[in-house]
Design a protein around this ligand. Structure first.
Ligand SMILES: [Zn+2]
Ligand SMILES: [Zn+2]
Length: 360
C-alpha cells in the first residue's frame, strides 16, 4: 500500500510503497477513505514530542473494514467505521472505571509495528493508527461503526477533534445551561468545544484566538463573543462575565502560557480544563496560594475523557438532527500525493480542518 512516511522531523514526508501485516486476534484492518490532519500530527511531524523514525502519523481515520482477526465481535468486512487512538481492553482498572482513554493494557500493536518498508525495515505506527496510508491495522476497540448517512471526510474528524472538543466541555468541565464559558484556541478541537458549549446552553460563550479569521469561524460555530488574544483579553473576559471571570475555561491551545491565562480568566471556584498539548518540556506557572484562595480546579482531558463507542453514536444522531456541524469543519481536502502542501497550509493557519481523501 502507499503511505506518507516521516523519515526526518521537519522534512517533507516521502510517499512510499510499504507493507502492512494481516490482522491478528482482536484486530481489524480498515481501508482508509479519509484521514484528518490534526494539530497533534503537525506537532509530531515537527519533532515536538520526539519519538522513533521512520514513522507514519495520522489518527483521525474513517474507512471500511476489509479484514478481521479471530475473536472480533460486532465488526466485519464492509462495515463503515471511525478509528480513534483509544485502544482499550475493557478489563483494567481504568477501563472498569469508565476511563478507556487511560487504559493501561499493553497490546501486541504497542510492542510490534505491523508496518515495514520494502527493504523489510520496521516503520513506527504513529499515534496508534498510522492513518496517512491506504490502510490501517488497529485493535478492534479503536474502531466504531458509523451509519451510511455521513461522508467519510466529515466522519473522520469524530475520531479526534470532535470527540476531544465535545468531551472537554461535556464530560470534563460538565458545562451546564447558563454557564459562562471561554474557549482558548479555535482550531479543530476548539471549534468543537465551542459547538459543545453552545449545545449545553453556555452564555456567554467566549472564543479567544490570535487569528482573526479563526475567530470569524468560531462565531459561525456559535461563539457569542470573539476576542483577539492580546494583553487586553483578560479584562475583556471579566467585563463580559459580570467582573467575576468565567465558570469554565477550556484551553485547547497547546501553550503553557494559555493555562496561566485561563486561571486568570476563570472565576473563583471556576474550572480550567487543559486539552491542548504543547511540545515536551513546556511548563505553566501556578501561584498555589492564589489557586487555593480562589478555590479553582484544573482538570486534564485526554481525548475528551469519554467512551468512544457511546460518544460516536451520540455525535451521529446530533449530526443527523443538524444540531452539530461536521461537514462545515472540513475546509480543504487533499490527496495523499499532496500531503506536504496540506501540512504547509495547516501550519500557516489558513484552514479550518484539512482532510486527506482516498478515492477508489
Ligand atoms: Zn483497559
Ligand atoms: Zn488529534
Amino acid at each position: 500500500m502507499r503511505a506518507a512516511v516521516c523519515r526526518e522531523f521537519g522534512a517533507p514526508l516521502s510517499i512510499e510503497e510499504v507493507m502492512l501485516g494481516e490482522p491478528q486476534s482482536g484486530e481489524v484492518r480498515v481501508a482508509v477513505k479519509a484521514c484528518g490532519l490534526c494539530q497533534s500530527d503537525l506537532h509530531y511531524l515537527a519533532g515536538a514530542w520526539g519519538g522513533k523514525l521512520p514513522a507514519i502519523y495520522g489518527h483521525e481515520v474513517a474507512g471500511i473494514v476489509d479484514a478481521v482477526g479471530s475473536g472480533v465481535k460486532g465488526l466485519g468486512p464492509g462495515d463503515r467505521v471511525v478509528v480513534s487512538m483509544v485502544r482499550w481492553c475493557g478489563r483494567c482498572f481504568f477501563c472498569v472505571k469508565g476511563q478507556p482513554a487511560l487504559c493501561e493494557a499493553i497490546f501486541r500493536l504497542d510492542e510490534a509495528t505491523p508496518i515495514h518498508d520494502m527493504a523489510g525495515q520496521p516503520i513506527v505506527q504513529g499515534t496508534r493508527a498510522a492513518g496517512f496510508a491506504e490502510s490501517v491495522l488497529v485493535h478492534a476497540s479503536q474502531a466504531v461503526s458509523i451509519s451510511d448517512d455521513i461522508p467519510f471526510e466529515s466522519a473522520c474528524l469524530i475520531g479526534c477533534a470532535v470527540m476531544t472538543g465535545f468531551g472537554a466541555v461535556l464530560n470534563t468541565a460538565k458545562v451546564q445551561a447558563g454557564d459562562s464559558v471561554v474557549v482558548i484556541g479555535t482550531g479543530g478541537v476548539g471549534l468543537n468545544a465551542v459547538q459543545a458549549a453552545l449545545l449545553a446552553g453556555a452564555s456567554p460563550l467566549i472564543a479567544l484566538d490570535i487569528n482573526a479569521h479563526k475567530l470569524k469561524v468560531a462565531a459561525a460555530f456559535g461563539a457569542s463573543d470573539c476576542i483577539e488574544s492580546d494583553s487586553a483579553a483578560e479584562d475583556e473576559v471579566r467585563r463580559r462575565t459580570s467582573g467575576r471571570g468565567a465558570d469554565s475555561v477550556i484551553v485547547t491551545a497547546g501553550a503553557g502560557l494559555a493555562v496561566e491565562q485561563a486561571l486568570r480568566m476563570a472565576r473563583r471556584g471556576g474550572t480550567v480544563v487543559v486539552v491542548g498539548m504543547p511540545g515536551s518540556g513546556a511548563t505553566s506557572r501556578l501561584d498555589p496560594a492564589q489557586f487555593s484562595h480562589d478555590g479553582q480546579r484544573i482538570i486534564g482531558s485526554k481525548l475528551g475523557s469519554g467512551q468512544p463507542a457511546v460518544d460516536v453514536r451520540r455525535f451521529l444522531s446530533l449530526y443527523r438532527e443538524r444540531r452539530i456541524k461536521l461537514d462545515e469543519l472540513v475546509s480543504h481536502c487533499f490527496g495523499l500525493d499532496q500531503i506536504n502542501d496540506a501540512i504547509d497550509s495547516a501550519g500557516r493557519g489558513e484552514v479550518i480542518r484539512s482532510v486527506m481523501v482516498f478515492r477508489g
